[in-house]
Design a protein around this ligand. Sequence first.
Ligand SMILES: *Cc1c(COP(=O)(O)O)cnc(C)c1O
Length: 381
Amino acid sequence: MNSKIVFTPGPTYVKENVRLARAESTTNPDLDLDFYDFYRESCNNLSDIMNTKNQVRILSGEGILGLEAACASLTEDEDRVLVIDNGLFGEGFADFVKMYGGEPVFFKGNRDEDINIANLKAFLEKDNNFKYATVVHCDTPSGVLNDISKICPLLKSYGILTVVDTVAAMIAVELKVDSWQIDIALGGSQKALSAPAGLTFLSISEDAFKAMENRKKPISSYYCNLLIWKNYYENKWFPYTMPISDIMGLRVAIDNVLEEGVEEVIVRHTIIAEATRLAIEEAGLKLHIKKGYSNTVTVFDVPQNVDCEELLSYIKEKHNLLLASSFGYLKNKVIRLGHMGENAKASKVLFVLNVLQDGLLHFGVELKCNLSQIFFEKVKK
Ligand SMILES: *Cc1c(COP(=O)(O)O)cnc(C)c1O
């Protein structure tokens, strides 16, 4: 497997200090009490990034584990769960709700814009008998970013618990778990944090723990049971042996973010994303959604008469660059530029835009201007 330049919306580029930390010698994470402190500090550093005093846990499993664990831990038979859906990850939550015996009720937004708060308000005025609600921060297949700062306080005003998938947004985009009243906020290692895939982390509020403790029936899962994690530190007990090398790498990735500065990282993503969108539009390409752009991924329509798979494979063969289309209803209709984490750097985006321009030209698409030039002029400012 030769190494390629990866510019997909996760997994992202993994920096050398993260890779090296994963090669360091290790201890027995179950028995060595020092590891409990290391783990707790790592969780605390994540809570600083997430702006929360809530408990944070790092679980052994890719991002999807967090989504399933939240639903497994909160859902009881016949619970009504509000599934806020304006994208494929949003819609997918319904499957987890059903799997654990709940009844998903959809609030459907438009797929080409962020959730309309006034519409959600009107919906909730008529029906608000939900145990919890699920919503995606950045729905990566279309690149839409929902305004969690408005959605979650609105839900909580009806006593609805809030579960937010911020796997593809957090770190790159502002996230204030406490002031936005998010009961469970989920993240993954391989997106803007730029660690390898394999870990999920989440914050759990007191209200969420209470809902788990007050269940009539115990949680029907072990690996997805968030309640058994509650007092791991006091009890010096993990539900399973922690993947210590993964967590050592993750810790360095977390500290990379803290060292650069949480605010600075967000500003960097904003500058890169705005310049990328400007270049795409000035060149005559079409951004896929109308509004609610996420600063982690830019999604544009494949120009007419261009075969998406052929274009992506040309780019991979000729330039060793891996770009992604999307899936579901967007498969081979759009191309996604994943400028998140370590990939949100001007030099990388310049290379990607140059390659994209060459690829499009090869398939007969003449752009109105030079993508990388427009990008560069904008980031320079
Ligand atoms: C990447 C991602 C996940 C994790 O899912 P995978 O498809 O397995 O990578 C979950 N939610 C969102 C919004 C994501 O972008």
